[in-house]
Design a protein around this ligand. Sequence first.
Ligand code: BTN
Length: 241
Amino acid sequence: MKIKLFPVIKFIKKVGSTNALAHQYLEESTFQNNFVICANEQTAGKGRSDRNWHSPIGGLYFTLAFPGSQFTSSITLFTGIIIHKVLSSIFPELSFSIKWPNDIFVNNKKVGGILTSANTNGTVIGIGIDCNIREIPDHLKEIATSLLIETNRKVVLKNLLKIILKSFERDFYLFNEKGFFHFTEYFNNHHYLTQRKVIICFDTEKLEGIVQGVNEDGMLILETEDGLQGILSADKIDILS
Ligand code: BTN
């Protein structure tokens, strides 16, 4: 597989977390160029807010790593758009949406997630998609699903990865040079939260309001009692209606 933006693509059978390994490689300067790590399964997959990411065989788990590069937080939204575009083209019968800032939804359940982290060594973007997974653990059944459950169709994981990387590469230059501005409309057209009443949970605070969409910087715009507020990041979003 050759993708110019990612000259190195490393496949691993089993790993704790592709994100953790990517950070280790960044720290050790293992690769000078951007690289991708893809694993068949993870034993310590990480989600946002330090949650676990259930990662059995059958899912697609990979991390994009950018040595020495830093991006604005909208890189996560941009990545969500790419995943959304690819899944929508492969499964036209399904209606996918993106839940700000990092979830991919289908039929009101989560089917994929994105976890971005950065330090002075560079940035990693981890992506997990529940593909060929038939059984969802009981405690996640209400909120998570898989492509196989929704379609009864298996995907070839390597092919899906290749299509995602190509699509990412195609749009990345525009994002990197001009910013999220060009992608705002797409995001808002496919946003799971638009016009929903939500409670946004931060470390010590909560904010209630109606989601208006995202702005050109990728901030969530919430109509609250005190007027419009822009939100850059949140721990959790609860949907009230
Ligand atoms: C979330 O929705 O909370 C983000 C989930 C991100 C999961 C992916 S799987 C590949 C990469 N490695 C990890 O440990 N996490 C990300």
